[in-house]
Design a protein around this ligand. Sequence first.
Ligand code: C2E
Ligand code: CA
Ligand code: CA
Length: 680
Amino acid sequence: MSINNKIISTIFDIQKENPELNRARYKALSKQIPLMYAIVMVNVLTMAYIHFQYAPYYLTIILPIILTPITILRSILLIKSNIDALSDDAIQARLRTINYLAVIIGSICVIWSISLFEYGNAYTQGYVAFFMCLTAIGVITCLMHLQQAAMIIAAIVVIPGSIFFSLSDQPTYNAIAVDILLVVGIVLFIMFRYSLDFTSLIENQQKMEKQRKLMEILNAKNEQLANLDSLTTLPNRRCFFSELNNILQENITTKDPFVVGMLDLDGFKQINDLFGHATGDQVLLETSIRLRKLLDDDILIARLGGDEFGIIIPHSGSDKDIITLGDTICEALKEPFKINGMKDGTIKISCTVGFASFPSAGDTAPVLFERADYALCYSKQNSKGSSVMFSHEHETLIREVSTIAHHLKEADLNEELTVVFQPIVNTKTGRTICLESLARWDNPDLGKVPPDVFIRSAEQSGMINQLTSILFEKTLHAVAHWPEHVKVSFNLSTFDLCSKTAMLNIIHIMENSDVPAKRIIFEITETSVMENFDRALEGINMLRDLGCNIALDDFGTGFSSLSYIQHLPIQRLKIDRSFITNIDTCRATRNIIRTIADLCYNLNLEGIVEGVETKEQLDILADLGLHIIQGYYFSKPLPENEVLPFLENEQEQSETSDDALPNSIQGSQKIDYVLNKAKH
Ligand code: C2E
Ligand code: CA
Ligand code: CA
């Protein structure tokens, strides 16, 4: 770039660095420039009028004729222009134009004024000086937001004007020249200061605007964080409930139906425990992706926490349609999950879904949610891996459980609770080695309530620890009278096992009884351990340390994980009754039991078979190498006062039969022989 070009660009070019500042300047100028034109035009017209009779027409008429429409037009354009719609480049160009116009108009005015000076008298000449001085100050003041233009006016009008007057023979004009220079200099100085203040004001405004935008972004992010689950990016629990409340508000008067769903992954906790949390996270993420793909956009799917998802289906549909949708979800999640970094690469999981529809299942958010959750629990217990819609049947069940809970609270439990004992027999010796203590509740209002029903109700109403204490005390009281080689098996609830206070209480009862710990076997279920493995293990270890034995109850109905069996200090495994019912007709069942028998053998566990009712079952079990048997075949649960006679009778029969028993008779045959003899 040549020096000339450099000078020209410094004078006229507008800095690009801060387009917002340029825009603010242009905005301010667009209001001031029309005023500036007004000053110029009034002064030009008065100058022309004063010189009209002295100067030639081309000087007094032509300039006002040319300038007036131009200034009016530009003023209108400036006032009307939509500055916010202009691009940064356009603003820059317009500011540059103001600089150019300053040169053109400034030059014309100064040449015009000086040309008029030679016409007229001392008054008119004085007015020229007055015109130049005041117009320049007015124009510079109006252009204060564009320093370059103000400086151009100073350079083009004021300096030549001052030189012109300083060269005059009249001292008055010389003084005016000094005055103009001084005043304009001061005005420029003030303008320069003001311009700095203006720049920093705009910069501060920009900073504040940036901060405001940042705050807006942060607020949006916060809002997102508050409503989205960070792992799956699905809406979270909070969002789910707010949406549930919204849809409820919308539909409460019209009663338009919608459905609330709860989805829970089956066996997710085990995946976390066995493969680690990173794998668990992958499963959750993949689950969320599958759910999103499967469900229409208008269906809300949220992660409520852990492996629990919430669903809101905003339209009606028959119960059948909803169940079909639920089952489709279950099927989609049964497809193996590909897991990065895992040896065989895939994991299989299933899910269970519970639905409750508005308004039939409830008309408030908590009730709908609770009922969908109930349907989920019901499905988990009765048809795991599928979906269930909350129905009137469930409502009756809920009422029953709460009635039972109510009666449990009111009952004299010490009086109404009893224990019965079911023998567990070693078929090789034909002798009872242990009796399982089973709870019974006979309530004056409800009559005999089945133990699984009142135990579940006690668990749900938080009374189970109290019941366990009473039952355990009664059990040990009875066992103290039995022969020393006969053990007792006592069922513990998960709520006992996971409560330190309950465990200490159980230990306290044990220590205050006449029954040594080694005669006590605690039965725990696999699901109870899995629900809270670490705490359950702590409880089990407390009992083991005292010398008690532990049996894993209902084996085969839960997750049946080898890993759990290996990690638990158990000595016995009770094969669930459900396997025995069709053992004589189903080959697959026999194979399962054979595998469990092998497992017991290999892990050095005592395998106990529950629910044996027939001789055929007993024989098949003997062939499979299973000799510890509990079931109606030997005895139904016995009241406390019938236990000793049963044991004595058994001993008697065993002794007499042993004498008479041919050596060829073995195992279950021996038992049959004894039982037959006893029956006759
Ligand atoms: P469980 O621990 O599996 O108990 C065995 C159940 O099978 C008992 O039912 C028993 O009477 C029944 N049973 C035994 N042999 C046969 C058979 O040959 N055929 C048939 N059909 N049934 C047989 P019960 O006494 O009704 O107890 C049901 C469940 O209630 C128990 O299952 C246990 O989970 C729970 N329970 C009972 N007593 C207690 C207790 O004191 N504490 C806790 N926490 N749970 C208990
Ligand atoms: Ca049991
Ligand atoms: Ca059992």
